[in-house]
Design a protein around this ligand. Structure first.
Ligand code: FPP
Length: 230
């Protein structure tokens, strides 16, 4: 969800005004994706690197997040959405952890779209944590000499092992980078970059991205497949 800072700067406002406006885009996108019947939506809300931002910006983002978790939970329940967090969650401020836990529990019975908030998330950190978790499991089972990892082992120790790999990765704000997002899971994801800044992102932008995606040929290293079809 890139471009909040630029959106604010262009209006002569502080960066945090861009994050505040970004929440409306979150609400609109979550609703649009749920209505489209998407199985899963993962939003990169706070990276392991975002702690390097000024303390006031970090504190503001944590407050916004808490407000979102408290205010949107009822709407999510009505939309049959199941919410979860993904990342090094135990390093988040305790109040954020509590609100995340409460929203996760309140929406646990949702059978529709899984909305995952990537918080204190980094793709490299996730792979490191998965390897360590696998190693710890092996140690508990008494195998301390060597641990052989397969794709399946690593997948099983990711933060959300049951989430499907993303079909489509949308990046707003125009940068042609993955920026440490879902590095393992995005191996074969289609990427769509738009110059639209996150606070301006709405249903029509999502539709454009999906239309573009539907015209792609997916090969997964093998023979051609039409996007969106098995
Ligand atoms: C990147 O834009 C955005 C973030 C680091 C934070 C994203 C947070 C929100 C959209 C709001 C809170 C989230 C939820 C789920 C309620 P940037 O500041 O790096 O923008 P720039 O590249 O223009 O500087």
């Amino acid at each position: 969800m890139d471009g909040n800072g630029r959106w604010a700067q262009r209006r002569g406002k502080p960066r945090i005004a861009g994050h505040l406006a970004g929440v409306s885009a979150v609400r609109a996108t979550v609703e649009a994706c749920a209505r489209l019947g998407l199985e899963a939506l993962t939003l990169y809300a706070f990276s392991t690197e975002n702690w390097k931002r000024p303390q006031t910006e970090v504190t503001f983002l944590m407050r916004l997040l808490r407000r979102f978790l408290r205010e949107e939970v009822e709407l999510m329940r009505r939309q049959n959405i199941r919410l979860q967090g993904m990342g090094r969650l135990t390093a988040l401020p305790p109040a954020v952890q509590r609100d995340l836990q409460a929203a996760t529990e309140a929406t646990a019975a949702g059978t529709g779209m899984v909305l995952t908030l990537a918080l204190n998330y980094g793709g490299r950190a996730e792979i490191v944590d998965a390897c360590n978790a696998r190693w710890e499991e092996a140690r508990r089972q008494g195998q301390t000499e060597t641990v052989t990892m397969t794709d399946r082992d690593l997948q099983a120790h990711l933060y959300s092992p049951h989430l499907p790999d993303p079909d489509l990765l949308i990046r707003t704000g125009g940068e042609m980078r993955i920026s440490n997002f879902l590095l393992w899971q995005c191996a074969y994801s289609e990427i769509w970059v738009t110059p639209v800044l996150w606070p301006d992102f709405r249903g029509q932008d999502l539709s454009r991205a999906i239309e573009d995606f539907q015209g792609r040929e997916r090969r997964y290293g093998g023979l051609a497949q039409v996007a969106g079809q098995p």
